[in-house]
Write a new protein. Structure first.
Length: 398
């Protein structure tokens, strides 16, 4: 990291008059407490959901219902925005951002954003890794998961074009070709971007957003074409899978009040952090291999009110709809091997900002309905597993 910063400093010092660099980021100390073993990333900072119970059949005690926590865990983000000279009649800019957490192996960093952009009067062209277009709206949470796994959480390499029209540019049209990297699909070999890269065809997104004063509404559609399997013994024959995902979203901001909501309905959304995927179709002729996507819906809504002191409440709900076809047992490639039927969350939070410092406390109750996968990818005989999570956060931004 030191080498990166030292390597960039001469750029800012000796930059031309028409080039500027603005640094930004934060340093955070967070403490959290869970009542059940859970799936989480970034050393527990990025919380997802509780794992399934593990019963001691002598007394029906859940061995995973063990309180645990982390005190004063630290993390930091560092990024810069570079504004450069006019290129092809457009103003130019670039952005890069890295993230660190306090107990990672030396030299280990999370590569979040790295893209360049050209801004014309009515359009923008972006090339590089940044938020997936379905990530443009997210809840204002204390936790860094920003509503995942109910909200899409995906940063991917992409070529995105946005066009603004209307008398006040109140309509935005978006088209993008998106490639998979760290946020990849599940599959026979685990989570990997190789399923997308072997298909050669990127994911395609098209969307439209409208602004009506304090209200913004929009939606989009993503098409993906991946290759879950390549048969090297049969002249590298490829087996493909298609999927569609739709999204609608809305936000209303008026003085101290903020209301946001989003719903995704789609197929094979594991690359978006949603608990869906796909499976291998059963009852086919010998040697015939086909895959069918699991459909799911995932929604969240948040209300927040306040100025320097803000109070908010986020709720999320996810449901597995199955594949609509019989699948091969044991060949369902989704979160928890397809054993999740539903999931929901209630998460109130309070945040207070003074100067560059933000103090936050957030409580999350997340419940997952685990069960037995059925032939068509739905889940039956469910039981609920819950986790109570308390998060305390102090963040200094710059």
């Amino acid at each position: 990291m030191q080498a990166l910063i030292l390597g960039l400093l001469p750029v800012s010092v000796n930059a031309q008059k028409n080039v500027s660099i603005d640094w930004y980021g934060f340093v955070a100390a967070q403490s959290w407490l869970n009542t059940h073993e859970s799936l989480a990333g970034a050393e527990g900072f990025l919380y997802l959901y509780p794992t399934d119970q593990l019963l001691d059949y002598s007394d029906d005690h859940d061995k995973r219902a063990v309180p645990h926590g982390s005190w004063f865990g630290t993390m930091a983000r560092l990024g810069f925005v570079l504004k450069g000279p006019e290129i092809f009649g457009a103003s130019s800019r670039a952005k890069a951002e890295l993230e660190f957490s306090g107990h990672q192996a030396p030299g280990s960093v999370l590569y979040r954003h790295a893209f360049m952009a050209l801004d014309w009067e009515n359009s923008t062209l972006t090339l590089g890794q940044t938020w997936h277009p379905m990530n443009d709206l997210f809840p204002s949470t204390v936790g860094i998961a920003i509503g995942s796994p109910f909200n899409a959480l995906n940063r991917s390499p992409q070529l995105r074009y946005e066009y603004f029209t209307g008398s006040d540019k109140q309509v935005k049209l978006t088209g993008a070709a998106i490639f998979q990297a760290a946020n990849a699909s599940n599959g026979p070999g685990g989570k990997s971007f190789s399923y997308a890269r072997n298909s050669i065809i990127p994911m395609f997104y098209a969307g439209v957003d409208f602004t009506f004063g304090d209200l913004k509404v929009g939606g989009g559609l993503e098409y993906q074409h991946i290759t879950p399997m390549v048969d090297v013994a049969d002249d590298n024959k490829k087996y493909y899978l298609d999927g569609l995902t739709g999204m609608v979203q809305a936000q209303y901001n008026k003085e101290k009040l903020s209301v946001k909501a989003k719903t995704l309905i789609g197929e094979n959304m594991s690359h978006l952090g949603i608990c869906s995927g796909f499976g291998q179709v059963a009852d086919l002729n010998p040697g015939d291999v086909r895959f069918a996507p699991l459909a799911a819906s995932s929604s969240w809504a948040q209300v927040q009110y306040g100025g320097a002191l803000k109070c908010g409440l986020m709720c999320g709900y996810m449901s597995n709809w199955g594949a609509g076809k019989d699948l091969v047992p044991g060949k369902i490639y989704a979160a928890e091997n397809g054993r999740i039927d539903k999931m929901w969350r209630v998460a109130p939070n309070v945040q207070y900002t003074v100067g560059n410092m933000n103090l936050g406390v957030e409580y999350e109750l997340t419940t997952v309905a685990y069960g037995t996968p059925q032939a068509n990818g739905t889940v039956a005989d469910t039981h609920n597993v819950s986790n109570n999570r308390l998060l305390l956060s102090v963040m200094y931004t710059f």
